[in-house]
Design a protein around this ligand. Sequence first.
Ligand SMILES: Nc1ncnc2c1ncn2[C@@H]1O[C@H](COP(=O)(O)OP(=O)(O)O)[C@@H](O)[C@H]1O
Ligand SMILES: O=C(O)C1=C[C@@H](OP(=O)(O)O)[C@@H](O)[C@H](O)C1
Ligand SMILES: [Mg+2]
Length: 170
Amino acid sequence: MTSTRPVVVVVGPPGSGKTTVAELLAARLGVAVRDTDQDVEAAEGESIQDIFVGRGEPVFRELEAAAVAEALSTHDGVLALGGGAVIDERTRALLADHTVAHLDVSLAGAAARVGMNTGRPLLMGNIRGQLKKLMDARRPLYQQVATFTVDTNELTPDQVADRILAEMGR
Ligand SMILES: Nc1ncnc2c1ncn2[C@@H]1O[C@H](COP(=O)(O)OP(=O)(O)O)[C@@H](O)[C@H]1O
Ligand SMILES: O=C(O)C1=C[C@@H](OP(=O)(O)O)[C@@H](O)[C@H](O)C1
Ligand SMILES: [Mg+2]
C-alpha cells in the first residue's frame, strides 16, 4: 500500500526561509505547498501570536504536533514546518521516514531576516538573545531529522530552492 507523503519537508530556525522557500519549491515542482503554522491558524481561527498569549506555548506545541502529523500523512506537495516543531519527540520520530531539508542560517543572518517582525511570539523583546537560545538548543534536533542541510547565508531564496532540488535529484 502506498501512502500520501510530502515531496520534501522543510525545517530550520525562524528566519531560515522555510515558508518562503517552500512556496518557491512548490511552484517549481508544480505541486501544492503547506505550512503547519498556517494550518494551526486556520484550524483554530486564531493567530499564532494570540494562541501563545491566550493559551500558552504548551497548547501551541500540541496543536502544532497534531498539524504536523496530519500534514505528513495527507499532503503530497512541499511542507514547511514551524521552527520549533522538531522539539516534539513524536514529530522527530515521524520525520525519520521523510525527505527533510534543513535550512541553516547564522544568528546574524536570522536576526536580520526576522527583523522587528512581531509575528513570532518567542522572539519578542530581545530578538537576538532569544534566537541564540533557540538555535543553540535546537541545532542537534535539526541535524537529527535532516536528510540534507543547505547553508542559506549567502543564497537568495531562489538559490536555496535550486540547492534543494539538486539534493533531491530533481
Ligand atoms: N535566503 C534568503 N535570503 C534573504 N532573505 C530571506 C531568505 N529566505 C527568506 N528570507 C526573508 O526572511 C524573512 C523570513 O522568511 P520566512 O520564509 O518567513 O522564514 P521562516 O519560515 O523560516 O521563519 C522573510 O522576510 C523572507 O523574505
Ligand atoms: O521557532 C519557534 O518556536 C516558532 C517559529 C514560528 O515559525 P517560523 O519558524 O516559520 O518563523 C512559529 O511556529 C512560532 O512563532 C514558533
Ligand atoms: Mg515560517
